[in-house]
Design a protein around this ligand. Structure first.
Ligand SMILES: C[S@@+](CC[C@H](N)C(=O)[O-])C[C@H]1O[C@@H](n2cnc3c(N)ncnc32)[C@H](O)[C@@H]1O
Length: 385
């Protein structure tokens, strides 16, 4: 059973920003280099620390940046996020030792699809644990500790078949905060061409791990962009190769990483990566609650942070309801054309072991999955065509 909320936003004319011809030609020439000769050629201009040992792993995202001033720490994020909690605390809260393969037949089928060489289940489990441990050492995210990446949030959307169809027609999707790119691999296994898939993340160390698991370096023709921070204006402002590039943007379990007061800005930034055309859309999943007005809690699972008054506080964490998620999307693109917004909740199966651990920690929340989608119903009013 699921419930949904839908809302349309009236058009408000705003005229600003136009992709310059210069940027378009730089972009076209960069695409040519990446596309025809493979990204290894493009990687000549990448910062040294970029893991370029696998094809398709790219790092720079702005045609303005030179390799000299582009560095791993160059993200000019206006938002200072608290760092993660220490490993032993994270492990005590989020660690689930065995991969819950029996609860996730889709994930197992996906791995078998790519790794026909691993017939033996014990071998597959060993490999999964090895790669998951490497990912955990990079960042001890709850989703890594609890194997939540086995859950393909994209397939939970009713529009999933439409997404595949649009990719088959040559459209492009951006998976922002893609982690190891499981959702993109699932799209390909379900019939989408890999050419139209762009995976993007702040952390580029996930990507070599994903090639270690899926072994698809030779067949994956899409892109991985690392070192990309959704808070960084250079990612989405004029001058970036990603500005207004994507027909569809997927954000799986991503929005809740940011404080609720900052989330409309995240939506606004994502919208700048989207094509300004009717039908382009942003969709995703986030932490949800069955409570009507959402559930705001102090994130006692995160480290303390400093507020505007200089006080040490726990960061806020928002579980969205269908109503608050629609409100968030509408606030994010207020003034930028007409949109259709949908928020849809579906129950979480508390019998699945990782989510049970999660649910115990958030027992007052009335946890649900929150799926959302925002689709342009008229071209962006911020661009003259
Ligand atoms: C909870 S994981 C979600 C992974 C995947 N989308 C899924 O549905 O399982 C969040 C991902 O967002 C990435 N991330 C965190 N902050 C980011 C930022 N500011 N910009 C881009 N990616 C970010 C993390 O590295 C991580 O891979």
């Amino acid at each position: 059973m699921s419930s949904s909320v839908r809302q349309q936003q009236p058009a408000e004319a705003v005229a600003s920003g136009r992709i310059s011809t210069l940027v378009q030609s730089i972009y076209r020439s960069l695409r040519r280099r990446i596309g025809k000769n493979g990204p290894k050629n493009a990687s000549k201009n990448l910062p040294k620390e970029t893991p370029t040992d696998s094809p398709n792993i790219l790092s720079r995202y702005s045609s303005r940046k030179s390799s000299k001033n582009s560095s791993r720490n160059s993200s000019k994020s206006s938002l200072k996020l608290p760092s993660l909690i220490d490993e032993s605390t994270a492990r005590s809260r989020y660690w689930v030792e065995e991969p819950p393969i029996n609860n996730h037949p889709d994930a197992v089928a996906l791995i078998r699809h790519y790794r026909a060489d691993i017939e033996d289940t014990d071998r597959m489990i060993r490999l999964l644990k090895e790669i998951r441990l490497k990912a955990w050492k990079i960042k001890h995210y709850p989703c890594v500790g609890q194997w939540l990446f086995f859950k393909f949030g994209m397939t939970e959307h009713a529009i999933y078949p439409e997404v595949i169809e649009r990719l088959q027609q040559g459209q492009r999707i951006l998976d922002m905060g893609c982690f190891m790119g499981f959702d993109g691999r699932k799209l390909i296994a379900d019939g989408a061409p890999s050419e139209g898939i762009t995976n993007m993340d702040l952390e580029d160390r996930w990507f070599p791990l994903s090639f270690e698991l899926f072994k698809d370096e030779d067949t994956f023709k899409g892109e991985f962009f690392g070192d990309c921070d959704i808070n960084d204006p250079e990612l989405f402002e004029e001058g970036s190769i990603h500005r207004h590039r994507y027909d569809m943007i997927y954000v799986g379990y991503f929005i809740h990483l940011f404080p609720p007061s900052h989330q409309p800005k995240i939506i606004a930034n994502l919208a700048q990566l989207l094509k300004p055309d009717t039908g382009s859309m942003i969709f995703g999943n986030t932490s949800g609650t069955a409570k009507e007005n959402g559930y705001l809690m102090k994130a006692d699972f995160g480290p303390p942070t400093t507020n505007e008054k200089g006080e040490t506080v726990r960061p806020d964490f928002m579980f969205h309801s269908t109503k608050t998620i629609v409100d968030l999307m509408a606030r994010g693109v207020k003034g930028d054309g007409e949109w259709d917004f949908t928020g849809e909740q579906s129950p979480i199966d508390l019998d699945l072991s990782p989510t049970k651990a999660y649910a115990q920690h958030f027992k007052d929340v009335e946890l649900v999955n929150m799926n959302f989608c925002m689709r342009r119903t008229s071209p962006s009013s911020s661009l003259a065509h």
